[in-house]
Design a protein around this ligand. Structure first.
Ligand code: ADP
Length: 589
């Protein structure tokens, strides 16, 4: 599934059909009610044009004065009914529209989170946000125009058509004489609009991606003096969008324009036929006026319906993009018949192979991490250490080889159960813009204040929190921006203490901490890892001297393993890395 979404050029009708089946059908009783109300609202125009015949023939020409009041009262009542039907119908449709779009957004977000990590490497967060918000909003806009305006217009057109045919089918045929000329231009225009609508959505993704990248990296943008460069890149994108929107609007307006011409021809044809029949006394002036009014009333709804072509293609483009995500299936899924969680926690990795696209990351790595002990993984950057972590938790799946925990292959457990075995302390632990308390507890509700106080002490957060005016209620800031590297790490430790999982994954911070903090954090980590199967990716070798085992990796393979002393004695890659760090004076522990 991990290929980026297909750039399809799908047609509107099948997509609307699917929208109906998956999101609208269940609201059918409301939609039927709305349709009835719309029929009432729309058909009032037909009734009005029909009422003009007696008005002319009986009142104005025939001189029946009493009938004025009956007719006038009738027409007023007609408009009152139209008003009530219109208001109720709008409320119902807005409700259905909002509910179904909210449901689609929730489905989309929930589904996206189930997709493989690789999907998120291929699609930038900005583009995904635009998809959840922009594409569904586009659908909502259309929904409003399409149903509120269009359905009523269509019904008005039908009722006016019925009146016109009742008065004279020949006149009606004459009025429509220009229609066949519209068929081919309409088809061409639809295709043009479909393509333009698709490209507009793609440029909207580019815009969101750029924005999210600029705001995420704002400090670096400032320090590298890239404000001008980024502004220009942004301007380029919005300029492109402006150009496309103008072309799209022009294309969309062409159809109502063509319709204008056609209506002109129709009027002319009716005047030629009808005028003669009235002069020869075959038809009354009332009939002619009634027909003409029906035609005039049909004009606006018809124009609006023609303008729908553009709107329809915008929805199609957005629907296409939404459904293409909903159709993706994660490759990393729960097994059909999951095995129960293991009861012992020795981790065994055998002959792991993994390639990112063309780029090999693991080339047959094997090692064992003993239960309850600490195993450190060291090696130069790019050796494959993080990839190993990702395989343990099935964020990625090995192309060859196996990972077992206590004898159970990780692929044979449900993802929830597997991931509940691990807690993580990493340098990029996600911190949310919530209070420190919420950030530590995540969604736990079973932790009492004593337990929380002990956790703060054990994670060395106590003094930090005590010195904050708002204490645990202090907000962490967007993406934890109010926290320093050390505080972020302590927060991750606090979470891990509460989660109390049998396996602990530590990715040591690469950013330097002051010696005092580092010693305190190291102590907290040692307390945390006691009795748990612990895997550490170590960047500062001084901190892992006490590990029970050190696994040395290089270019996707395990090249050595043993204790610190054994490895130093062997004078291989580890000894080299170790000497390098100490020459650089990085001995801080
Ligand atoms: P380490 O953690 O030891 O630095 P990694 O496991 O992160 O190494 O990466 C191993 C290799 O895989 C590196 O060469 C890296 O460039 C590559 N790699 C890691 N992640 C990706 C990715 N998402 N796409 C492509 N290549 C990747």
């Amino acid at each position: 599934m991990t290929q980026p979404d297909p750039k399809t050029d799908a047609r509107a009708l099948p997509l609307l059909g699917r929208l109906w089946r998956e999101y609208l059908k269940k609201h059918w009783p409301w939609l039927v009610a709305a349709a009835v109300l719309m029929t009432i609202e729309g058909s009032m125009l037909g009734v009005l044009s029909y009422a003009l015949q007696p008005m002319f023939d009986r009142v104005l020409v025939g001189g029946d004065e009493a009938f004025i009041y009956i007719l006038g009262g009738g027409i007023t009542a007609l408009f009152c009914i139209r008003a009530v039907a219109g208001v109720s119908q709008r409320i119902i449709l807005t409700r259905v529209g909002q509910i179904s779009v909210a449901e689609m957004q929730t489905d989309l977000v929930s589904h996206m989170m189930s997709l493989d990590s690789a999907y998120f490497h291929d699609n930038a967060p900005g583009a995904l946000m635009e998809r959840v918000q922009g594409d569904t909003a586009a659908i909502q806009n259309v929904w409003k125009t399409l149903i509120q305006g269009a359905a009523r217009d269509a019904i008005a057109l039908i009722s006016l058509g019925v009146v016109a045919i009742m008065i004279d089918p020949f006149w009606t045929a004459a009025a429509l004489v220009g229609v066949p000329a519209l068929v081919i231009p309409t088809a061409i225009l639809q295709r043009y609009l479909r393509r333009k609508a698709g490209s507009m959505r793609d440029v909207a993704y580019d815009r969101s991606v750029r924005l999210s990248e600029v705001f995420h990296g704002i400090d670096l943008v400032k320090l590298s003096r890239l404000e001008g460069y980024q502004t220009n890149r942004f301007r380029e994108i919005v300029d492109r969008l402006v150009g496309m929107s103008i072309k799209f609007a022009g294309g969309g307006a062409l159809l109502p324009g063509l319709l204008d011409v056609m209506v002109g021809v129709g009027f002319f044809a009716v005047l030629v036929f009808g005028g003669q029949e009235i002069m020869s006394g075959e038809k009354t002036v009332g009939e002619f006026m009634s027909f003409f009014t029906a035609m005039a009333l049909a004009f606006q709804p018809m124009r609006r319906l023609a303008a729908l072509a553009g709107i329809l293609q915008t929805t199609a483009a957005s629907l296409d993009r939404v459904f293409s995500v909903l159709d993706l299936r994660a490759e990393i899924r729960d097994p059909a018949t999951p095995q129960p969680k293991p009861q012992t926690f020795e981790i065994k990795l055998e002959n792991l192979h993994f390639t990112y696209g063309e780029h090999p990351a693991l080339l047959g790595a094997s090692f064992t991490a003993e239960a309850g002990k600490t195993t450190a993984i060291v090696g130069p950057s790019g050796a494959g250490k993080s990839t190993i972590f990702n395989m343990l938790t099935r964020l990625v799946e090995p192309q060859k080889g196996s990972v077992t925990i206590g004898g159970v292959p990780v692929s044979q457990m449900t993802l929830r159960e597997l991931r509940s075995l691990f807690s993580f302390v990493t340098q990029d632990a996600p911190v949310f813009d919530e209070s420190l308390r919420e950030n530590i507890l995540l969604d736990r509700t079973d932790v009492n204040e004593d337990q929380l106080a002990r956790t703060l002490r054990d994670s060395d957060m106590e003094t930090y929190v005590a010195n904050l005016p708002a204490g645990l209620e202090t907000r962490a800031g967007p993406r934890g921006s109010n926290l320093s590297g050390g505080q972020r790490q302590r927060l991750a430790i606090a979470r891990a203490i509460l989660q109390d999982t049998p396996i602990l994954l530590l990715d040591e911070a690469t950013s330097a901490l002051d010696a005092q903090s580092e010693a305190a954090i190291q102590e907290a980590l040692e307390r945390l890892s006691k009795g748990r199967t612990t895997l550490v990716i170590a960047h500062r070798l001084a901190t892992i001297r006490n590990a029970d085992k050190i696994v040395v990796m290089d270019r996707g393979r395990v090249v050595d393993e043993g204790t610190h002393e054994e490895l130093l004695a062997r004078d291989g890659l580890y000894a080299g890395l170790y000497r390098l760090q100490f020459r650089e004076g990085d001995d801080r522990s």
